[in-house]
Design a protein. Structure first.
Length: 127
């Protein structure tokens, strides 16, 4: 697998809202929080999405992605960024209250599940 530039961040379940995960204070990331919802759009449901994540900055939606599962705790998705380019996301539910997010700016792999699996092997998240 070729070397990919990515940004990593950890999110922790909010104590105030159960479907919100807040960014770890030590991380610099374009999304200050993640909100999880079930997919409602038939296109997302037919595409295999099990969750939809969203995030906002100053009332502007900066993230909207359907998450497609690879396993019980690993998902991938993509997001259209402010430059109208696609960013790729890998989401790992590490524990019940912790999420690891890997953001690949301006990257849209053709075989998303293969890319996800190979990346996680490279960083040691899959033995």
């Amino acid at each position: 697998m070729r070397k990919s530039n990515f940004i990593h961040a950890s999110f922790f379940r909010s104590e105030k809202q159960r479907n919100i995960f807040d960014l770890d204070n030590l991380s610099e990331f374009p999304f200050p929080f993640l909100r999880f919802e079930p997919p409602r759009d038939p296109r997302l449901i037919c595409g295999g999405a099990k969750h939809v994540i969203e995030s906002f900055v100053k009332r502007n939606k900066v993230l909207h992605s359907g998450l497609i599962p690879i396993s019980n705790c690993i998902f991938y998705g993509n997001n259209l960024n402010e430059q109208n380019k696609t960013d790729f996301l890998i989401i790992i539910f590490d524990k019940k209250d912790t999420i690891e997010v890997y953001l690949f700016p301006n990257r849209n792999p053709i075989n998303k599940s293969k890319f996800t699996f190979e990346f996680l092997l490279d960083i040691g998240k899959i033995p």
